[in-house]
Structures are given as C-alpha cells and as structure tokens.
Write a protein that binds this ligand. Structure first.
Ligand SMILES: C[S@@+](CC[C@H](N)C(=O)[O-])C[C@H]1O[C@@H](n2cnc3c(N)ncnc32)[C@H](O)[C@@H]1O
Length: 283
C-alpha cells in the first residue's frame, strides 16, 4: 500500500465538521466552486448519455443543477456524510427534478452492483481512509461502460501552511494528500479501465493567515488527521505561525497553493480488454 492511501480519520469528526460548515460553505468555497466547475467542463469532451448519476460527496450541491441540465433524462442521487450538506443540496435542481438524497459514507456505498452510468465526485476523495477500498466500491456500483470522474487534492496542497506549522510545533496541522500517480495506480489495481490523471496548481491569495484558516474552517476543511491536537491553539503558537508565513508574502498577499488532481476512468464494458497503464496529462 502506497504511503498516505490508508489512514484513520474519524467519520464522526468529518460529519461534524461538514455539518457545522453547511451554512458558511457557499460563501467561503471559492476554490471548491472553481474546481467543481472545471470538473464539469471535462464532460464537454466525453460522449455520455447517463440515466443514473451519483454525485458522491455532493456538499451543498453545486454540481446538481449543471448535471441535471446537461443530462436531461437522468436521475441524480446526491450522497454525503453530512445531513446538513444534503439539506442544502436538496434546494438545487428544479421543482420537478430534485436529487434523491442518501446520507452515507463514500467508503461504504449502500447501493446494489451496477446502478450508475456516471459517478461524479468533486473534492471528496481526499477525506477517504482507504482509497483502494473506496475505488473498489465505486467500481462495483458503476454499470459496465460507466464513468467515474473526480477531483481531489495532491500533496502540494497547502504546502506553505504545512511548512510554517512545522516550524512552530510537531503536531499535525494540515491533512496529507495522496500523489496523483498513486491514485492512478490504485485505479488500475482496482480494475478501472483507461484511467487518465491530470494535475494543476491553483494559488489563492489571502490578506492574512487568520483569513486562510477561517476560510478552511468555514468550508469544513478542519485538520482531522491522527496526530492533530484538538482544542484551541495557543496564542503564542499562532503568533509564531503568522511570523513564519510572512516569508511567503508577495505584493501584500499571502499565497496558499492547491494542487488539484483530476481523474477519470471507465468500468470496462463486458468482454472488452483495456491496456494496463495510466495516462498522465500535465495540461
Ligand atoms: C469539500 S466538500 C465538496 C463538496 C462538493 N462536491 C463541492 O464540490 O462543492 C467535501 C464533501 O464531502 C463530504 N464527505 C467527506 N467525507 C465523506 C465520506 N466519507 N462520504 C461521503 N461524503 C463525504 C463532506 O461532507 C462534504 O460535503
């Protein structure tokens, strides 16, 4: 197993963090909305007429309207660990075409085999404890010929914040993220066909570290990794963090790097052979 592809973040804590963030998510999720939009655009180049769609980790449902509009005859199932996020997602879609809501764990999908033609998942897989098992579940619920399209974060995400905290203390303050090559390898091992992986760097500028950390909290992206200390951070530690981050300041702004990874792969149609390699696109 590749480093970082298995860990044990408490589901209860993830659910609680996102339940708390459901009200503030929309306003703070500028990067997440941008990534979700870019992921949706990838469907422009893929010929598909799905009847059953799963949005796995739907959040407040930013992709629900666009997916239902793009695929007119489809039904969409919106899955999330957080009930409050799902309540927000229910407000999406038209009066006549609402998503069906399922409160469940993407690592333990409560669906029969071969139900979905398309699984869409934006910025959720980075919360999984066992990426291989999660991919196996996603493959299981896809129909033969179905597509998995996802985005997640790569290891350079929040690298400035991680480096600065390492100067301050030895606790874990930033979740770790799986390398895109390892994600691709896992998809192949799982049995997905023709996986394609891409990565891009998006930099978001903040006026202060405090603003960055407030935004992370507002979207529910609290650090929940094992080794993280719960409770309030000491004022002295925060002061040291602010000082350490100053070395990255450019034009009065503090950059926060996000390495965004996009991937897609197919469940091979019955009887079809595929080549056993991952296409990496540095777009
Ligand atoms: C960063 S948000 C992304 C939401 C949405 N896809 C978007 O692009 O705005 C991550 C979402 O994944 C959900 N989530 C995290 N871990 C999950 C899991 N194990 N199973 C299902 N949903 C999960 C969270 O509750 C949250 O709504």
């Amino acid at each position: 197993m590749k480093p970082g592809t298995q860990r044990s973040i408490s589901k209860r804590k993830i659910r609680r963090a996102f339940d708390r963030a459901a009200e503030s998510y929309e306003q703070a999720a500028v990067l997440q909305n941008e990534v979700c939009g870019r992921l949706l655009e990838k469907l422009d180049y893929i010929k598909l007429a799905p009847q059953m769609i799963l949005d796995a980790g739907v959040g407040t449902g930013g992709a629900v309207g666009p997916l239902l509009q793009r695929y007119r005859g489809s039904r969409l199932v919106a899955l999330d660990l957080s009930e409050r996020m799902l309540a927000k997602a229910l407000q999406r879609g038209s009066l006549f075409r609402k998503p069906a809501l399922v409160c469940a764990d993407i690592e333990n999908l409560p669906f029969a085999d071969g139900v979905f033609d398309l699984i869409f998942s934006s910025l959720t897989l980075q919360w999984c404890n066992d990426l291989q098992a999660t991919m196996e579940g996603l493959l299981r619920v896809l129909k033969p010929g179905g597509l998995l399209l996802f985005s997640t974060f790569g290891p350079d995400t929040l690298k400035e914040l991680r480096a600065c905290w390492q100067q301050v203390d030895s606790a874990v303050h930033v979740n770790d993220f799986v390398d895109m090559h390892d994600v691709g390898d896992i998809m192949l091992q799982t049995g997905f066909a023709d996986p394609v992986m891409e990565a891009e760097t998006i930099t978001v500028n903040y006026a202060s570290v405090d603003r960055l950390m407030l935004d992370l909290r507002a979207i529910g992206a609290n650090t929940l990794a094992p080794g993280h200390r719960t409770g309030l951070t000491a004022p002295a530690a925060l002061a040291n963090l602010r000082r350490a981050y100053e070395r990255f300041r450019v034009d009065r702004q503090l950059p926060a790097t996000y390495e965004v990874v996009y991937g897609h792969a197919w469940k091979a149609a019955a009887g079809r052979r595929d080549d056993r390699s991952v296409k990496v696109d540095f777009g």
